[in-house]
Design a protein. Structure first.
Length: 171
C-alpha cells in the first residue's frame, strides 16, 4: 500500500491550493516561529529578573538599549516595523514606570533611552540567550551563513508582505 504524500505543512490547506503552495508553508513557519519567539522573549526576560513584560516591551527595551543612544518613538516604530505607534508609546511608558528607560529631548523631539537598570537587564537577558539559545543552536550544527541567508530571505519576504498590504489597501 502506497502512502499518499501529505504535501506541504500548512495551517490553511485552502491557501496552499494556489500557484505557490510553498508560500503557505513559509507562512505557517512564520506563525509558529513568531509565537515561539514571543514566548522565548517573555520567559528569557523573566529569567533575567522581570517577569511581567510583554513581547513588545522586550523588543522596545532592546531597541532603546541599542548602541546606547536616545531613540525617537518614530525611529523605534520604524526599526520594529510597528505601524501602531500607540502600542510602542504605551510600552515606552511602562518601561519608564518600571525604571528601565527614561525620557529625554533631542531638540524639540522627545526621546527615550535605557537606564542603568534597563541596560543591566538587557545584559542578563543576553547572557541567558547565549547560554540557553545560542549554545543549543551551535550544538545543532546551524552555521552562521545559514542564519544570514535565512535572515535575508525573511527581510525580503517582509518587504513583499508590506508591498502587498499597500496594494490590498487600495483594492
Amino acid at each position: 500500500m502506497t502512502k499518499k504524500p501529505l504535501g506541504p505543512v500548512v495551517s490553511s490547506a485552502h491557501l496552499a491550493e494556489g500557484s505557490f503552495p510553498e508560500v503557505s508553508e513559509f507562512e505557517f513557519g512564520m506563525i509558529v516561529a513568531s509565537h515561539a519567539f514571543e514566548r522565548w522573549m517573555v520567559r528569557a526576560m523573566a529569567a533575567a529578573g522581570v517577569a511581567d513584560m510583554s513581547p513588545l516591551e522586550v523588543l522596545v527595551l532592546h531597541t532603546v538599549r541599542h548602541r546606547d543612544r536616545p531613540k525617537k518613538l518614530a525611529d523605534i516604530c520604524m526599526v520594529l516595523n510597528v505601524e501602531d505607534t500607540h502600542t510602542v508609546n504605551y510600552a515606552v511608558k511602562k518601561l519608564i514606570r518600571a525604571g528601565l528607560a527614561k525620557d529625554g529631548r533631542l531638540g524639540k523631539e522627545k526621546t527615550v533611552e535605557a537606564t542603568q537598570d534597563g541596560a543591566e537587564l538587557c545584559e542578563r537577558y543576553r547572557q541567558i540567550r547565549e547560554q540557553l539559545l545560542l549554545d543549543a543552536l551551535g550544538e545543532l550544527g546551524i552555521e552562521a551563513a545559514q542564519m544570514s541567508k535565512l535572515s535575508a530571505l525573511m527581510r525580503l519576504m517582509s518587504g513583499q508582505y508590506d508591498q502587498s498590504a499597500r496594494a490590498a489597501t487600495t483594492y
